[in-house]
Design a protein around this ligand. Structure first.
Ligand code: DGL
Length: 260
């Protein structure tokens, strides 16, 4: 079993980490489209082209399943790639459904990239579940760049988030949905800014549940325990060198630690 994870950069590592924790021992392949990042401020057709380029590459690696660990790529390209390739494809969905289901009357803030927020995939979902118009959307495109430059805690990134949140009254909100996999790295910082009374949720768990179903991973559990964990990392079609691989493994390890 070979499972590929795809993102424009390091955001998808947060989804991969969830998969490794729940299903260790499987062979994973991680593809970051670092040459073309960021996706969220680009034209839809351009991003579709990038996603197809990456998926063509992954197809040649004989993968069994593809996880599009990027909300932006999922929004614009998932239908197309599901039609084009033979292997099953799992995508991301901002967790607005559980947010609305567990809502107690206050508002839900969805933060994501501009492209995700403007796409019909999200807006169709919102209009089908948001009867009382509780969902408010704010783009935080720059967080993708901050994350790629390893800036998770600086005064500047904190100020950026605070300024983005200035246009809303936080007292009216009970949930924030992280609708971009890069934003998972900012959960703690956002919590610090908004306080403990607002829940912060993401779609990673839902995506891995979907992966478990599609790849029948529950039947895999016993056999994988003995085998060794293998992850190969690629940046826009080029196998990563040891230095970059170590860097990415360290990010995964830090995510694992912050979970404990
Ligand atoms: N991780 C991507 C997402 O989930 C980031 C998009 C970008 O490259 O702008 O949306």
């Amino acid at each position: 079993m070979k499972i590929a994870f795809f993102d424009s950069g390091i955001g998808g590592l947060t989804v991969l980490e969830e998969a490794i924790t729940r299903f260790p021992g499987i062979e994973y392949l991680y593809y970051a489209d670092t040459k073309n990042i960021p996706y969220g401020i680009k034209e839809k057709d351009t991003v579709i082209r990038y996603v197809i380029q990456a998926t063509d590459f992954l197809e040649k690696k004989n993968i069994d399943v593809l996880v599009v660990a990027c909300n932006t790529a999922t929004s614009v390209a998932i239908t197309e790639i599901r039609m084009k390739y033979d292997f099953p494809v799992v995508g991301m969905e901002p967790a607005i459904k559980p947010a609305i289901q567990n809502n107690h009357g206050k508002k839900v803030l969805t933060i994501a990239t501009s492209l995700t927020l403007n796409e019909s995939k999200l807006n169709t979902l919102i209009s089908s579940i948001d009867k009382y118009e509780k969902i408010i959307k704010i783009e935080m495109d720059q967080l993708v760049n901050y994350a790629e430059s390893n800036d998770f805690t600086s005064v500047s990134v904190k100020k950026y988030i605070e300024e983005k949140l200035e246009k809303i009254n936080l007292n009216e909100f009970e949930t924030i949905v992280l609708g971009c996999t890069h934003f998972i790295f900012y959960r703690k910082l956002i919590k610090e800014i908004v306080g403990n009374s607002i829940k912060i949720i993401d779609g990673n768990n839902g995506t891995i549940n979907q992966l478990e179903k599609i790849a029948n991973l529950s039947n895999y559990k016993t056999s994988i325990k003995q085998s060794k964990q293998k992850i190969s990392f690629y940046s826009s079609g080029v196998l990563d060198k040891k230095e970059r691989t170590d860097e990415l493994l360290k990010i995964i390890e830090n995510l694992r630690r912050s979970r404990i």
